[in-house]
Design a protein around this ligand. Structure first.
Ligand code: SF4
Length: 469
């Protein structure tokens, strides 16, 4: 599709950092800040290459690559999602005058067609769930074509044992590559033309692409995978976002998941971003955002609704104050009122919960599930707490990348005293099934909830019978 309208967009003067405010790391205890860096040999190769091939491998498991702080989440079933980090790196390379080719094998669930002529340089996106296979894949590429160097990028690279640091891009690859090449404008929407856009869909099979209007978050939850590489909240240039929206409109894609960690962190920026999406798409775009519930003020909600947003996604994690306080998560005494206000403004609310945080137990989970059923959420998801490499929150030893089980997102050891790791996985699965059955009007939710309640009663009996320490 031609980009005639997009070509007329006047973009303002460039700013560094790939179009975002400068990266500011947190200094709170326990936040593991990772600097975006490019290894010395990698920097020379990036400077010399004219044609760069980006590859996201596939090893039998679908990975939503830009989630979980760019470490990726392995999913069973469903449609592929774009990897916004990879698309943004493509934009950073194009901004520096490189020709970019893309092989998104994860989206194809198998080999993607390769060009007849080899590139000057390959960059492989590495993922936490498949890092062992990804490392082997890079070794095979290097052995098969020794004249074509291969770099590794992705948040997991920082934690990989035995790799050549000179050929690694660490931390936030978008900033790292932008900084080393001096890429000042990231036309992410334009870069999507290089990707198999038709394959990226939401859970209902509708075409869906990822964008960002900001990065990072000013809060410091102990389990957060994002703030270690994105730091505090930083806004993106909105003229570049407008360009992205027009490009997606040109591609015929009218659904966006904003992958901001806290879209409404700066209410003025959020309101302007909502106006930009509506104007640039002539109100054709429908979109979802993630953010902290208490930041969705009435003016922000009004701008989102009129701008085409139809869903906000909020982290609730648990409704137990002790679990939240231990995780340095802000507690909201008026959680139900705030969610009701969002629903009354015309938006759906999806709640995200975590099972297995350090103070969690069966009783607290049972109470959280009952609360979730009572809240006006249109969807909910209960995930397993899995501490990340370098983390020690809820773990006996500092987590190593080897402690993550292959092809899933699970840390293999306990994370809370009251539940084993297999209990946590069972509990999260039961909680998901309770919510889905309840919302579908399927009476089996009562028996599923009873299983959680029985486990809670059993564990409380065991605790009472345990001798005092
Ligand atoms: S509010 Fe969300 S994005 Fe912000 S620190 Fe907590 S978990 Fe991370």
């Amino acid at each position: 599709m031609a980009h005639s309208r997009s070509a007329q967009i006047p973009l303002g003067p460039p700013i560094p950092h790939g179009g975002y405010d400068p990266l500011r790391h947190h200094t709170a205890p326990g936040v593991l800040a990772v600097e975006p860096t490019v290894g010395p040999a990698a920097a020379d190769l990036l400077a010399a290459a004219a044609v760069v091939e980006l590859i996201r491998p596939y090893h039998g498991v679908l990975v939503h690559g830009d989630m979980n702080g760019d470490l990726g989440i392995a999913v069973s079933g469903g449609a592929p999602r774009p990897d916004l980090t990879m698309v943004s790196v493509a934009a950073a390379l194009e901004a520096a005058g490189r020709t970019v080719r893309v092989r998104d094998e994860n989206a194809h669930a198998g080999p993607a067609p390769a060009a007849a002529r080899p590139p000057d340089l390959r960059m492989v996106k590495m993922q936490l769930a498949t890092w062992r296979d990804d490392v082997r894949y890079v070794e095979q590429l290097r052995a098969a074509e020794p004249d074509v160097p291969v770099l590794m990028f992705g948040a997991v690279v920082t934690y990989l044992p035995g790799i050549d640091p000179g050929l690694a891009v660490r931390g936030d690859a978008t900033r790292a590559v932008s900084d080393v090449l001096g890429s000042e404008r990231l036309l992410v929407g334009a870069a999507y033309r290089l990707f198999p856009v038709d394959l990226y869909c939401d859970e209902r099979g509708r075409p869906l692409l990822h964008l960002q209007a900001s990065r990072g978050c000013d809060r410091t939850c102990r389990y957060c995978p994002y703030i270690r590489i994105h730091g505090r909240w930083s806004g993106r240039r909105l003229d570049e976002l407008a360009d992205d929206i027009r490009r997606l409109d040109d591609l015929g894609v009218h659904r966006i998941q904003f992958r901001d960690q806290d879209f409404p962190s700066d209410p003025g920026h959020a309101i302007e971003a909502a106006h930009v999406v509506a104007e640039a798409s002539q109100n054709r775009m429908r979109w979802a955002v993630e953010g902290n519930l208490d930041r969705f003020t009435a003016p922000v909600l009004e701008a989102l609704r009129t701008g085409g947003c139809d869903e906000i996604i909020i982290g609730i994690e648990s409704t137990d104050p002790k679990v939240l306080r231990a995780a340095r998560r802000r507690t909201l005494a008026d959680l139900a009122e705030r969610i009701s206000a969002v629903v009354e403004s015309g938006l759906n609310v999806r709640g995200l919960f975590i099972v297995g945080l350090p103070e969690d137990d069966w009783e607290r989970l049972a109470a959280t599930v009952r609360d979730a059923l009572d809240l006006p959420l249109h969807a909910a998801h209960f995930s397993v707490y899995s501490p990340l490499p370098g983390e020690s929150f809820g773990t006996r030893d500092t987590v190593r990348v080897e402690d993550i089980e292959p092809h899933v997102n699970f840390y293999r050891y306990p994370t809370c005293e009251a539940m084993t790791e297999s209990e946590v996985r069972l509990a999260a699965s039961l909680a998901d099934r309770v919510f889905i059955a309840h919302r579908a009007g399927d009476p089996s939710w009562r028996e599923l909830l009873a299983q959680i309640t029985r486990a809670a009663a059993h564990s409380s009996t065991l605790r009472a019978a345990r001798p005092a320490p």
